[in-house]
Write a protein that binds this ligand. Sequence first.
Ligand code: SF4
Ligand code: FES
Length: 232
Amino acid sequence: MNESVTLTIDGREVTVPKGTTILDAAAQAGIEIPVICYHPHLTANGLCRICSVEAGARVQLAACVTEVSDGMEIVTNSENVRHGRRTILEMLAATVDLSEAPEILPLLDEYDADQNRFAGGARRTAPVYDDNPFFIRDYNQCINCWRCVQVCGSDAQYAFALTFDGRGFYTQIATFMDDALPDTTCVFCGQCVGVCPTGALKPKRQALLEQGLDPDAIFSQTRRKRKKKRRV
Ligand code: SF4
Ligand code: FES
């Protein structure tokens, strides 16, 4: 028998199966909580904390990884919660290039984030990797959401071509020993590109199109040349 849990979210009572996350319980109550690192088809790791809510605990709880419990009284949009989200967004904007992050840019407006609040702070910079005909990796736009690592690994592809490198502020996504992608276990399935919420992973054809190349020039760089069949 499925045990259920009853709680309130922003004053609305909701009953959900035990084990449901706050995020999913809120969705059932018609309440949307913002997410950045979370993806519905990938393991949630609670990394960005944009989904944090108040639940009467000493600290705010990440809604995407916290399971509900009976009698919880959750507040998803208090001034404290909004303040936390605003600060997260301001720190992200200070650290990485968000100009091609369609899931994040609307949040900057929604939470009145000042993109220049931490102007002058250290930025994470990285080389742009253009080492294969399929996609470009620009980790200057990477927010370390971990989605690409999850989808490349045990959530889908089991290729394990991506991992992390560096420590603390300098942590970034990388390949083992920083090898070029064709020298790794990457099978170029493109799933990492599909789940990336920023422009950090971009199809090479799209990048070349944006650079103004015409289709012939683009295909010559991204298509394998057919070998002519030998007549016998
Ligand atoms: S490359 Fe994209 S998907 Fe991977 S961690 Fe960075 S932002 Fe996330
Ligand atoms: S969306 Fe929940 S921690 Fe990132």
